[in-house]
Structure formats: C-alpha cells, structure tokens
Ligand binder design. Structure first.
Ligand code: C5P
Ligand code: MG
Length: 166
C-alpha cells in the first residue's frame, strides 16, 4: 500500500483520468448514474464507471497516495463487477484519514454518443453526494471526440483538497 509523508499544506490539487472501451449490449454508468440511451457500455473488471474511477484517482493523487489499481487490483477476482461507488468512498476515506476533504471538483467526460447534457444535474448530484459536497461544487462538462474515438469513454478530473482544521 502506498504511504506518503504527512502534509500540512492548506490546499492540495489532485488530477485523475480514466478511459474504457465501449461494447454494445453493456450498461453505461457514469458518476453512479446509468445512461439509459447508451447503445454501448464499458468493458471493465468493475462496473466500468469512468467518472468515479477518475474522481477516485484525483483524490488519491492529491495526497500522493497512488491510484485505485493499488487498492482494487484488476487481477483480484474479489473486485469483479464492483460497484465503483465503493472505490470512491474508499478513496475519500483515505483522504479524510490524512486530514483533508474535497473542496470542489471539475470533471470532463469525453463521449461521442449519446448526448449527456440532460444527465448533467444527476451526475453532479450523484458525485457530490458521494463526496459529501454541495452539488454546486461539482462542475460537469461533456465533450465529443469529434469521431476520433467512437467506442471509447474518457473522463478527466481535477479536485481541490483542503486541510480540515482540528
Ligand atoms: O465535443 P463538442 O465540443 O462538439 O461538444 C459540443 C457540446 O455537446 C458540448 O459542449 C456538450 O455540451 C455537448 N455534449 C453532450 N454529450 C456528449 C458530448 C457533448 O451533451 N456526449
Ligand atoms: Mg475504470
């Protein structure tokens, strides 16, 4: 398990990414929200939620705690079909254990189809709830790949972590 020296910085930035290949007939889940219009879903060991994986990695990276693969190895059958909300909750606990909490999050999902705009409030609300943040502190943007990666979903996330007093 990764350990890092303790930090006293008031703020730390974290960054995470995740991508999954899409295949027809699989569910697509983003930020804990099923995407009903999706014709294809993520090929993955867990439930393939590229948003929650990237947010979890952003949290861990902010404190130099490594990445989710160290805590949930994809070689371990225990994590087959794992609900990614558990991954994010574990990453949050690790951050809180170091005396930090997320302040705000900015995430970008790149997906050609379907349009995700209508799900923006639901995804923001879901990610915010998992991080125990107000919805207003979770920015959610969508981009297409302009046809360059039609069978692909990608998420990029920055998070600001703030030191909790006390
Ligand atoms: O990638 P592009 O800039 O062409 O996307 C145009 C707009 O379409 C984005 O700003 C976003 O609001 C929306 N979009 C979406 N769902 C996607 C991709 C893009 O709602 N899957
Ligand atoms: Mg993933």
């Amino acid at each position: 398990m990764t350990s890092s020296p303790s930090s006293t910085l008031p703020y730390r930035i974290g960054y995470g990414e995740d991508a999954h290949r899409l295949e027809a007939g699989r569910p697509l889940i983003l930020g804990g929200v099923p995407v009903p219009q999706a014709e294809a879903g993520a090929v993955a060991h867990s439930d393939g939620d590229a948003v929650l994986h990237a947010v979890a990695d952003a949290l861990l990276s902010g404190l130099a705690l490594g990445d989710i693969g160290q805590y949930f190895p994809d070689t371990d059958a225990t994590w087959q079909g794992l609900d990614s909300r558990l991954i994010l909750t574990r990453a949050l606990e690790l951050v809180q254990g170091r005396g930090y909490a997320p302040v705000n999050v900015a995430l970008v999902v790149t997906l050609d189809r379907p349009k995700l705009g209508p799900l923006r409030p639901q995804i923001a609300r879901s990610v915010a709830a998992l991080l125990t943040l107000p919805e207003s502190e979770v920015g959610v943007s969508f981009k297409t790949s302009e046809g360059l990666a039609p069978a692909h979903v990608q998420t990029r996330v920055t998070v600001l972590l703030g030191r909790v007093d006390g």
